[in-house]
Design a binder for this molecule. Structure first.
Ligand SMILES: O=c1ccn([C@H]2C[C@H](O)[C@@H](COP(=O)(O)OP(=O)(O)OP(=O)(O)O)O2)c(=O)[nH]1
Ligand SMILES: [Mg+2]
Length: 154
């Protein structure tokens, strides 16, 4: 398949150690770029503990039809219970600050995050902003107000 052109993101390196470790797509088809934990020493998270971890990186998306998402890495999440304290990090297109990872140990065992370890991943996603149109009645739909299992389990 022919590769489509990639949008370019302005990037600031806030920690010089990152210069040799800029996030990349691990394979041609990778959806996310891994973000590293810019730590000075290993960070041990006790069971249930949550800490904000620096990435040393700022990305200014600029384009309001895009957003960034910080997501857990499946290996760390499944094997070690290291996920995100906010479950998903949503990065606004006008955010210019350092990308921060809320690292949460949801497991029963302590886990140490090593300096420069790939801790989470950053995915660029399309966004549609909407205007709200206030109405008194909606046009009927098949679902109406049904939700939370209203369609049954079979
Ligand atoms: O995991 C995350 C989540 C957010 N952010 C940054 C980028 C994002 O654009 C900004 C605000 O995030 P959000 O809107 O989710 O947080 P908030 O609690 O609503 O803060 P604010 O009042 O600043 O919007 O914080 C991160 O660095 N990491
Ligand atoms: Mg907000």
């Amino acid at each position: 398949m022919t590769a489509r052109p990639r949008p370019s993101l302005q990037c600031k390196i806030l920690d010089e150690r990152l210069r040799d470790y800029l996030p990349t797509y691990a394979t041609e088809g990778s959806a996310g770029m891994d973000l590293r934990a810019m730590l000075d020493a290993p960070l041990t998270l006790a069971p249930g503990e949550c800490e904000l971890v620096r990435t040393g990186l700022a990305l200014h998306i600029q384009d309001p039809t895009l957003a960034g998402m910080i997501l857990p890495r499946s290996g760390l999440g499944h094997k070690h219970g290291i996920v995100l304290g906010n479950l998903v990090g949503l990065i606004d297109s006008d955010y210019q600050g350092e990308l921060m990872i809320s690292a949460w140990n949801r497991s029963q065992r302590a886990f140490s995050i090593e300096p420069f370890e790939r801790l989470a991943q950053y995915v660029l996603v399309p966004v549609v902003q909407a205007e709200l149109d206030v109405v008194e009645q909606f046009t009927d739909s098949a679902r109406g107000g049904g939700g939370f299992g209203s369609t049954g389990t079979a």
